[in-house]
Design a protein around this ligand. Sequence first.
Ligand code: AR6
Length: 345
Amino acid sequence: MPLQIIRNDITKVKCDAIVNAANSTLLGGGGVDGAIHRAAGKKLLAECMKLHGCKVGEAKITNAYNLPSKYVIHTVGPKWHGGNNNEKTMLENCYRNSLLLAKENKCDSIAFPLISSGVYGYPMEQAFRVAMDTITEFLDKNDMLVYIVVYDRNAVSIGEELYCSITQYIDDNYVEEHKSYGYRNFDTLQRDISIPMQTNTYEDVRSVPLDDKFLYEEPADTTANLSEIVDMLDESFSQMLIRKIDQRGMKDSECYKRANIDRKLFSKIRSNPQYKPSKPTVIAFCIALELSLEETNEMLMKAGFALSHSNKFDVIIEYFIKKGNYNIFEINEALFYFDQNLLGA
Ligand code: AR6
């Protein structure tokens, strides 16, 4: 199940469990610990007093009282002493043990703050990396919706090289709405030009700006391709998705995990050929299937969408597809960094 990065106050997040970055007494403190105790009310402290503390890297669970979640999972992160004192392993243990405790308590969703990255001094970007890596490893074998709640925007850094490369790509390709060209959707194309439909017309509109060559080139043998075209038109997004999964010999679970999509949502899409997905959902599947830009546009078109150069989100997606980088978590980190919607979930 999916992983989402959100910017919020964790005490406001509605999910089965929220994680508290506590200290070993479990009797409250500052930072996120203070915020959670204030929002939960005094009963939380009363329950915590019965727990007799918690060791670094371990986790304990309580009720959540006035919070919108069911449980609070208290874990104690390591204090940063320069990085050579087992800090990383201890921090990984915090995430693993909290996730296991959530699983034991049948939680479907959990929200983490960036443990240790405040008062305990763990460098924010490194703390974020540990969170991402440990959680994705867990999600590989388990079903749960996990939120990483980022309070400080600077926690998410995508590395200078990637940042420069994406920024350059945006500068080169992003066009303001009024200058927008090409990448039109199928409906626009049909309204704008009245030439017979042909298979390669589809191909062209998917990937390149409209130009004279496209408009005036002699159509290929249209009649011969008619049944193919009709088949293509008839195939819904859901059917196309299933076909592509089969063609790639992928298991369903592999596909929805790589798409960062919830299993239940995937089942809904699978069982309803007329399912109307959102654009980020379609793109998430395109990423999971490692589709080319052309195939991505084809799949988007099935759901009534298209990639546009007047949309920063689309340009970033295009950047990753062109680079052949289909790691959805890396893409989401970049989208988050550039203040865009994330994929999946
Ligand atoms: N929601 C989400 N994240 C938050 C919130 C919030 N409401 N408040 C702070 N953060 P910290 P630690 C972020 O210091 O480093 C306490 O006194 C914050 O920006 O809360 O593990 C305990 O009692 C930072 O990125 O926890 C311990 O003594 C992250 O949460 C000690 O601090 C963790 O910061 C634990 O230190």
